[in-house]
Design a protein around this ligand. Structure first.
Ligand code: FES
Length: 141
């Protein structure tokens, strides 16, 4: 017998494994709850819309024909990104000038640290839907 139980049995102990060895399955993140936020024609290339999803402010953007949803809070100090300027797919926060490539989420200035966090977005028919996901259970993208 292998593992901790085998080791306990070899020692002659019938005790349960110590609590530290007991693993509990991580709680599954709640299924993403998509909320309709816009009609597709409201978000032409270069367009943006500030919406609410589950009580959170979310900025939906169309960058070169691709839609993205990000929390409406600058990763630096939470300034509303709805006020940011956008050029060539890069959002520039008006508060301190930090810049973020929307498609990758990567910070481009300063070139370290913070990233934009993409939220799940889907288009059903002509409806754009977004789901809020807390950072600790962010879905891979
Ligand atoms: S709050 Fe956006 S750059 Fe500082």
């Amino acid at each position: 017998m292998n593992g901790l139980l085998g080791w306990l049995r070899r020692r002659g102990s019938s005790a349960e494994p110590p609590a530290a060895a007991v693993t509990t399955p991580a709680a599954d993140p709640a299924p993403a709850a998509f909320v309709p936020v816009a009609r597709i024609e409201e978000l032409p290339p270069g367009g943006r819309k500030l919406v609410q999803v589950g009580g959170h402010a979310v900025l939906v953007l169309n960058i070169g024909g691709a839609l993205y949803a990000v929390p409406n809070a600058c990763p630096h100090r939470n300034w509303p990104l709805s006020e940011a300027t956008e050029r060539a797919g890069v959002l520039k926060c008006v508060r301190h000038g930090w810049e973020f490539d929307v498609a990758s989420g990567r910070g481009t200035w300063p070139p370290f640290g913070y990233r934009l966090r993409h939220l799940p977005l889907r288009v059903l028919g002509d409806q754009v839907e977004v789901a809020w996901v807390d950072p600790e259970v962010e879905l891979a993208h």
